[in-house]
Design a protein around this ligand. Structure first.
Ligand code: ATP
Ligand code: MG
Length: 397
């Protein structure tokens, strides 16, 4: 991707912005694009995809459907994505025919944990000083045999197609490691050392084609069963020096990739107060959903602006925020019977902003929506979010 500034695409219904992927991130992008007056086109194979349901155009086709990709290239002036596992061939089919942000190369690296870790290690040496977890790529029996004892206990992660903790296994020793690699189908993996986490955080930046970079405040994240459960965003959520280091590392990664678009980088804070870089998402991120309600520019508006080459003012957080993810589990009662969560009770709490993604079928572990609490102070938003958690049956934090 060249660093030449994009010609701005001025808001108006004659400009169509394309979105690869019809999930909730695509849906919130569509909402932001439509609010600014753009027309949207979503490509997703599911007839009832959350983004397809709200977009003016829904190209309901497989990722490798040449006719649908041609149609997208014909109607969209610029295309972004909400799902980094879009096949490379789909991006190649669009490249050169419409503006693509982020570019295919950055997406290819984010699709492959081995290349991603190499990038992080390079950035750490270059400038950021924030390394990835100690790791080793595993592609053969010989690699397994060569695993040093320092990487165990560890986490074995498939190099491709993992999300929400899927495609990963925690392994205590060599026997478990071998069994886990077998269970993952002997695909290329990375084995990471299991680290003593004190906390987790993430940074979201938006970078324009001219290299200008703005960022959202650091998010403090709690994961449960490998899935993001809670994000807390207020003054003092993460020690200031660590937040600054995480931001600098994120900018270094974006600059190295000559990245255009919204980028999220996840970090571990270890129990000795050092920072480790975990992974990146070449798109808006679940931990940034609070920005819709707590910031003057949301991560989705930033995605629209970077794609359209529009100005990028530095976002300002106007309210303290806590976001709770709403997983499909909440749609089942104690007896395992389908139920509707107590929305009326939850919405009576001050500062509640409910976002449901339009998914018709609730399944355990499936992200159905999120709720953000905004308020004047950390204790206030935490108190309301904890009350909501109790009403919904989410464990306290
Ligand atoms: P997503 O894409 O939804 O963020 P993912 O499936 O790509 O998830 P990771 O971010 O690699 O998964 O890991 C999920 C969670 O598992 C992390 O947020 C962290 O809580 C835990 N975890 C992952 N790697 C390690 C590690 N090396 N040491 C300790 N905990 C880890
Ligand atoms: Mg992750």
């Amino acid at each position: 991707m060249s660093t030449a500034a994009f010609q701005p695409l001025l808001p108006g219904s004659d400009v169509t912005l394309g979105m690869l992927g019809g999930g909730q991130l695509g849906r919130m992008f569509v909402h932001a694009a439509q609010a600014m007056g753009f027309t949207t086109a979503v490509l997703d194979p599911a007839a009832d995809s959350p983004a397809g349901l709200v977009s003016e155009r829904h190209l309901c086709a497989a990722w490798d459907d040449a006719a649908a990709l041609d149609e997208m290239a014909g109607i969209a002036t610029a295309v972004s994505l909400e799902f980094e596992n879009v096949p490379a061939a789909a991006l190649e089919a669009l490249q050169g025919r419409c503006r693509l942000a982020p570019g295919a190369e950055a997406v290819a690296i984010a699709q492959d944990r081995i290349r991603e870790k190499e990038l992080f290690a390079r950035c750490a040496r270059q400038a950021s000083g924030v390394p990835p977890a100690p790791y080793m790529a595993i592609a053969s029996e010989a690699d397994l045999a060569a695993v040093p004892p320092t990487l165990l206990p560890g986490v074995l992660k498939a190099a491709r197609l993992g999300y929400d903790g899927k495609g990963q296994a925690r392994v205590r020793g060599r026997a478990e490691l071998a069994a886990a690699w077998e269970a993952l189908g002997r695909v290329p993996c990375v084995l990471e050392q299991m680290l003593p986490l004190a906390a987790e955080c993430s940074i979201i930046i938006a970078r324009g084609a001219d290299g200008q970079c703005v960022h959202l405040p650091v998010q403090r994240n709690t994961h449960r069963d490998g899935i993001l459960a809670i994000s807390e965003i207020y003054e003092g959520n993460v020690p200031q020096p660590l937040a600054q280091q995480a931001l600098a590392a994120t900018k270094e990664i974006a600059q190295t990739l000559d990245y255009v678009g919204v980028l999220c980088v996840e970090f571990f804070i270890l129990d000795d107060d050092t920072l480790v870089v975990n992974e990146m998402a070449p798109r808006p991120h679940n931990s940034g959903h609070y920005s819709i309600d707590a910031c003057d520019v949301s991560q989705f508006e930033l995605q629209v602006r970077t794609l359209a080459g529009l100005p990028l003012p530095q976002p300002r957080q106007h309210s303290a925020a806590v976001m709770l993810n709403l997983l499909g589990d909440l749609w089942f009662d104690a007896a395992g019977q389908p139920c509707t969560p107590p929305w009326a009770q939850v919405l009576a709490l001050p500062g509640a902003h409910l976002h449901l993604y339009g998914k018709t079928e609730a399944r355990r572990g499936r992200k159905m929506g999120h709720i953000t609490f905004t308020g004047d102070s950390a204790p206030q938003v935490r108190a309301q979010a904890l009350r909501a958690a109790q009403m919904l049956g989410i464990a306290p934090f």
